[in-house]
Design a protein around this ligand. Structure first.
Ligand SMILES: C[S@@+](CC[C@H](N)C(=O)[O-])C[C@H]1O[C@@H](n2cnc3c(N)ncnc32)[C@H](O)[C@@H]1O
Length: 445
């Protein structure tokens, strides 16, 4: 490739400076310098590749893809352009072309760990679980001491329920880097998933010693020591769902028989047959509620902590706006009497304590509006709020939730018990759906 002539020449230094501009968010400087670079070296594939990074940094995936294609046209067979284009295509669900390019890049640069990591991500974003596993295992064989690739494999194995295999890889990293917090978190999670409480406590203590001010470490420490924290730290939720986003719909809806958004859309349309209402979808995820509702006369606002889930939801083209926010903040900050409906499905299992949720939902709704939400069911002889530590999700007691809704001021509270909220390892997880109505007229003071 012509552009690889000299890595230390003046032009290369200029390109590195542009890369720095993009990384620092100096986008105007980057755009100006890129224009100059483009005029000076119109055949250098590195220039459009930087254009791709610039477009990507402002979330413009179509332009980023165009730029990556231009780079590849200028330098056919260049593994860097191949893998970058493959990653972009995989994010846009162009799985066939993405996988083909990833394979070509791997064949062209078998010793490049970045290409290996890129290919694993391409398979993952393309929803190819088997290929993701095969390439992650191949990556560990080729680059045994690369912690990133091994950590990815461990996480993937854990997500497949193979906690012993995951723990073996995590141990490998842990022995070489005993203070690596992500590895300790992984080991702690494996111990919790296997029900090994003593081991979980040990890892939790070590984790807290390494990162004493990290909210996630504090959370895991409390869990491993048998406490029930009121809620999960936002970073924990966003990283979980950023990883989960590409395969969420496929996994949850088809694999785990998750039907709640469909049912909720049905309830909302029964309440609003003319489709005239505004909806706040808390923890909107990939936008399944919007998908099942279809276009409505009002606007749908999605709130979620995970950027990648929001990216998926935006693809439906049904939501008017998204906020990347903790639902607890969204609930606190949204003005009163604002929405005809609020939904929150499969989210409170991560939010936990409903004390800040239910009264705010009531406040935000217009009179006569509905709050429709789902919970995993704790049995009536358990506590009102239970943390299922093996899976790290909260379960709520239906009678307590109903009481909280009535005490907050909802005047009609319908609880629909769902024997199968979704399945877990083939076993139904029971849950319930609540439809709570705000009174038409505020009760006299
Ligand atoms: C299992 S998904 C459900 C998504 C969607 N409501 C549905 O039913 O398909 C849970 C979603 O809630 C989001 N979430 C969990 N806790 C949250 C919080 N405290 N604030 C904002 N979003 C949260 C996650 O990022 C994820 O997108």
């Amino acid at each position: 490739m012509s552009s690889s002539s000299s890595s230390t020449d003046q032009f290369t230094a200029e390109l590195q400076q542009i890369r720095g501009f993009i990384a620092n968010g100096q986008l105007q400087e980057a755009a100006q310098a890129l224009n100059v670079a483009q005029q000076r070296a119109p055949k250098d594939a590195r220039v459009p590749l930087l254009g791709m990074r610039l477009a990507e940094s402002v979330g413009n995936l179509p332009n980023a893809t165009k730029a990556a294609r231009r780079a590849l046209a200028l330098a056919p067979g260049w593994h860097v352009a191949q893998i970058e284009l493959a990653l972009l295509l995989a994010r846009q669900k162009e799985a066939d072309e993405a996988m083909r390019l990833a394979m070509e890049a791997l064949a062209n640069a078998p010793k490049d760990v970045q290409v290996m990591a890129g290919a694993i991500n391409v398979a993952f974003f393309s929803g190819q679980t088997d290929q993701t596993l095969a390439w992650a295992e191949e990556g560990v064989r080729r680059f045994p001491d690369n912690a990133g690739v091994r950590l990815f494999l461990a996480r993937h194995l854990s997500s497949l329920g193979r906690h012993d295999d995951a723990a073996a890889h995590l141990q490998y990293i842990h022995q070489r880097a005993p203070h690596h917090d992500e590895t300790l978190k992984g080991l702690l999670n494996c111990a919790l998933a296997k029900g090994d409480e003593a081991q979980a406590r040990e890892y939790a203590d070590r984790l807290l010693a390494v990162t004493p001010y990290d909210d996630t470490a504090r959370y895991w420490h409390a869990v491993a020591h048998g406490q029930t924290p009121a809620t999960q730290p936002p970073e924990l939720v966003s990283s979980l769902f950023d990883d989960y986003a590409p395969n969420f719909d496929l996994h949850l809806v088809r694999g785990l028989q998750y039907r709640v958004p469909e049912r909720v859309a049905q309830i909302l349309l029964e309440k609003h047959p003319d489709r005239r209402f505004n909806l706040l979808d808390l923890g909107c995820g990939t936008g399944l509620i919007g998908f099942y509702l279809g276009p409505i006369e009002g606007f749908i606002v999605g709130a979620d902590l995970s950027e990648k889930m929001i990216e998926e939801a935006a693809r439906h083209g049904i939501y008017a706006k998204f906020h990347r926010v903790n639902v607890l903040d969204a609930l606190r900050e949204t003005p009163s009497d604002h929405y005809e409906a609020i939904t929150c499905t499969d989210v409170l299992i991560y939010v936990g304590d409903l004390a800040p949720v239910i009264p705010n939902a009531l406040r935000i709704l217009k009179p006569g509006g509905h709050f429709v939400f789902s919970c995993e069911a704790a049995s009536e002889d358990e506590a009102d709020l239970v943390l299922r530590e093996k899976v790290n999700r909260y379960a709520h007691k239906a009678s307590a939730v109903e009481r909280q809704c009535r005490e907050a001021g909802f005047d009609e509270v319908i609880v629909e018990h769902l024997p199968t909220l979704r399945t877990e390892g083939g076993t139904p997880v029971p849950g319930f759906l609540v439809t709570a109505r705000k009174p038409q007229v505020a009760p006299a003071a």
